[in-house]
Design a protein around this ligand. Sequence first.
Ligand code: NA7
Length: 540
Amino acid sequence: MTAPPADAHSFDALIVGAGFSGLYQLHCLRDRLGLRVQLLEAGDGVGGTWYWNRYPGARCDSESHSYAYYFSDELLQEWTWSERYPEQLEILRYLNHVTDRFDLRRDIRFGARVTAADYDAAANRWQVRTAAGERYDAKFLITAVGCLSAANIPDIPGLDQFAGAWHHTGRWPHQGVDFTGKRVGMIGTGSTGIQAAPVIAQTAAHLTVFQRTANYSIPARNAPLTEEFKRWAKENAAELRQVMHATPNGHPFAICDRSAHDVTPEERQAIYQAGWDKGGLQFRAAFRDLLIDKAANDTAADFIRQKIRDVVKDPATAAKLADIDHPFATKRPPIDTGYFETFNRENVTLVDVRAAPIECITRDGIETRDGIEHRLDIIVFATGFDAMTGPLLRMNIRGRDGLALREAWQAGPRTYLGLQAAGFPNLFTITGPGSPSVLCNMPVAIEQHVEWITACIADMRSHGFERIEPTPEAVDRWVAHVNEAANATLLPQAKHSWYLGANIPGKPRVFMPYPGGMARYRETCAAVAVNGYAGFVLSV
Ligand code: NA7
C-alpha cells in the first residue's frame, strides 16, 4: 500500500476538506498508519467552516473548552481559549496552530476544489479531478467536507439587477464588509442571522431583518474565561472527555434525568430561569423529555416566548418574534448576544415575510408581496446551507458501474452508520448523513468518525483486505433505524427544518442526522467493528 506511486498525484488516501475533520484524518492516516496522503482543500487556508464563515458575530455555540480536539493531551494543555464561546478568528487561529503543530500543511493542496470523483473498479482506485483540472488517484477517498458548507442562496428573481452589494454569510469577504451609514437588509433568522443582526445593527444606518420563521433563542452569556476556569478545564480534561463521550449530544454537561412533569409549575419556572441566566445550549438539558414529549416541550417554549415579549418593547414586533410555529429545539436552537434586544433599537425593523413573502429583488432593494419596496444598500443572505448532502453531491461522486451518488440518493441519503454508501467502495464520509454530526458537539462526532475510519483502514491492511463497502441490506436497516429514532422525538415536527432538507426547494424530505444519541452511536460503531465489520463486505 505504501509503495512509491507511479506518478506524483497517486496516493494511498485522498481527503477532501481541511476543517476539523480533514486535519485530524490527515494526521491519523499519515502519522499513525504511515500512509501517503494528500488533502485537497478548496480554500486558500485551513479551517473549513471557520475559514468561510467570517460574518459579523460569527462564534461557536459550543463552549470553547469542549470545542477542541481531545486526542492529544499536549495540545489540550498548550492551547488556551479566551472566551466562553470562541469567536471565528480564534477558532481559525486554533486550527492553524494544530496544522503547524502536527506539520500538516505540507500535505495539503489549497485552492483545489474537487469537481469529480470516479471509482475505477478494475484498479480499485478513486480518480479525482479538481476545478483547476488537476488529477489525483488513491485507494481510499475520505470526504471531510462538513455538513454546512454548501451555501444556500435562494433563487429570488432580480438579484442580478440589485445595484448594491450582497453577501452570503458562509462566503463572507475576507476583507470584511463596512456597514457604516448603509441600509442593510438581512434575510434569515437561523443561528447565523441571530448572531449577525446585533453586530450589524451597531454600525449600519438601518437594519431590516426579513424573518420567515420566528425562532427561539437563548442568551449565550458570553464572557472572557477566568484564569481559574482555564486552569480547571485543563486539569479536568480527562473527566470532561468522559462526560462528552457519555452524553447524547457530546457537550460537557449531562441532561437532567427528570421530567418537566415531575416538578411544580413554580419549580419549573425557577429551573428555566436558572438556565436562562446561565445561558447557552445547556438550557435544553433542563429536563430529559423536552425533545420527546410535546407537553413538556410546550413548557420550555412558553417560557421563551414570554421572555421575548418581556424583552421586546414594541408589542407588534414582539408578537411577530414570539409567533414560533415549531416545538423548541426541533430546529437547531440558536444562542445569542442581544438578539431580541436589537429590535428595541431605533435603526432596526423586523419584516414578517411569512405574512408578506419576498416577491423580488429590485435595483434598489427587496420588494415584498404587500407592495412595499424596502430600500437597501447591502443585502446579507443569512439563508443557511444545502445541509449534509449538498457538500457531497456537488463533488459529482460516481461509484461502481458509474453509479452517481446523486442518483443513489435521489430519494434522500442512504448510508450505513453515516460512514459509507453501498456501491461506493473505500469511500468514507466523515460526519455523513445518518451519523449524529450536527446533533452533536461537532469535534466529538468528528474524532469518533476519524478514529473509526483510521482503525478500519488499519484492520484492512493487517488482514490484507483491499475493499470495504456496506451491504444494501445493512444500509436499508440503518436508514430505517435513523427514521425510527427521529420519529421517537419531536424533531420531525419542524417541517421547515434543514435537518429534513426542507429549506432547499425540491430536496427530498428525509431526516438526515442520526438522533439516537452520540454515546449510543459510538457503541454501535464499536460493536460493528468488533463483530468483523458486520454489515460491511470486505474483499481482497
Ligand atoms: P439556517 O438555520 O438554515 O437559517 C436560515 C434562515 O434563512 C432561516 O431563518 C430561513 O427561514 C431563512 N431563509 C432561507 N431561505 C429563505 C428565503 N428564500 N426567504 C426568506 N427566508 C429564508 O442557517 P444558519 O446559517 O442560520 O444556521 C445553520 C447552522 O450553522 C446552524 O444551525 C448551526 O448549526 C450553525 P426558514 O426557517 O427556512 O423559514
